[in-house]
Design a protein around this ligand. Structure first.
Ligand code: PMV
Length: 304
């Protein structure tokens, strides 16, 4: 059994696409995959996501599976990759990268290949590109390494030495596509480079400041930066009325900070509320939203 981990972007999503830093942490929630002999075309089954595809299907996951099988030189017939996931899919928590990393590790193990972290990330990125056209690489970096890190497109991931945090994750259950949201920001940037550029600069600066706050344990400052980032993401029109409502509800319930996480347009919001966890969770529940309590920033590389 090999695995890929989910991630939470604490600060800097969208700005990271344009070369700014983003601050992210690995989740202990993950996708596990084992390879066994199968019949017919090589197949992938994740019952938790009601997912069953073969390399011959017309489906984004099938395309990613085929690209990873080809990238590693594995067999397009006769393999069954079967897995388990305790990470919700399509929620902005990095499920596609976790899946790409888990498939890559599973196939490498099956072929007896040893992959160092950079090679693993480069191979898994081939799968991730089948889901998002131009991923910044942050999801794959976190899915393969875990811990906390400041990611930059050119420089990759700089690990941050900080303790894991408990974050509350509220699920909007709004359908979304990260690629659409990235395209929306790109269109806004073309229409109005000055204003869009200022919001992206602010998001990137927030990520750098957040890395310092995290490293020094200044949670109040981290919370303020999270709420400010949500304002910037709203101004970039990647939030939705539901996400705004969930963020405002968490703040009213006493969270130190709250924001959407990942591409936006739906998906998840996160709240930092060390003293008010029960209040925030109860508020979301009363509004009809599902939620998770997640430990973020755990070092996961040891789990392979
Ligand atoms: O929605 P997610 O979890 O795939 O996160 C996307 C993060 C973006 O910055 C919006 C895009 C990217 O490739 O970094």
């Amino acid at each position: 059994m090999t695995c890929g981990f989910g991630k939470i972007i604490l600060l800097g999503e969208h700005a990271v696409v344009y070369g700014h830093p983003a601050l992210a942490g690995g989740l202990s929630r993950r996708v596990d995959i084992a390879v066994s002999p199968g019949s017919g075309p090589t197949a992938l089954e994740i019952p938790d996501w009601e997912l069953a595809v073969t390399v011959e299907d017309d489906h984004p996951v099938a395309t990613a599976l085929g690209a990873l099988v080809d990238g590693l030189g594995a067999d397009r017939r006769g393999l069954l990759l079967r897995g388990h996931a305790d990470l919700p899919d399509r929620a902005g928590l990095g499920s596609s990268a976790a899946l790409s990393v888990a498939i890559t590790r599973a196939l490498a193990d099956h072929l007896g290949l040893e992959l160092d972290p950079d090679r693993l990330a480069a191979l898994a990125d081939v799968g991730e590109r089948c889901f998002h056209n131009t991923p910044s690489g942050i999801d794959v970096a976190m899915a393969s390494r875990g811990g906390w890190g400041l990611f930059r497109r050119q420089a990759g991931l700089t690990p941050i030495d900080a303790a894991p945090l408990q974050l509350l994750v509220g699920l909007s259950d709004e359908p979304r596509r990260t690629a659409d949201m990235v395209a929306r920001v790109a269109a806004a940037r073309e229409r109005d480079p000055a204003i869009t550029g200022r919001w992206l600069d602010a998001l990137g600066a927030g990520a750098t400041a957040g890395a310092n706050a995290l490293a020094t344990g200044d949670l109040a400052q981290l919370g303020r930066l999270m709420s400010a980032a949500h304002e910037a993401l709203s101004a970039l029109e990647v939030s939705t009325p539901t996400l705004d409502n969930m963020v405002a509800a968490a703040q009213r319930a006493g969270a130190m900070g709250a924001k959407l996480t990942g591409g936006g347009g739906g998906g998840a919001v996160i709240a930092l509320a060390p003293e008010r966890q029960d209040e925030v969770l109860a508020t979301w529940k009363a509004l009809g939203f599902r939620s998770l309590t997640c430990t973020v920033g755990e070092r996961t590389a040891r789990a392979r």
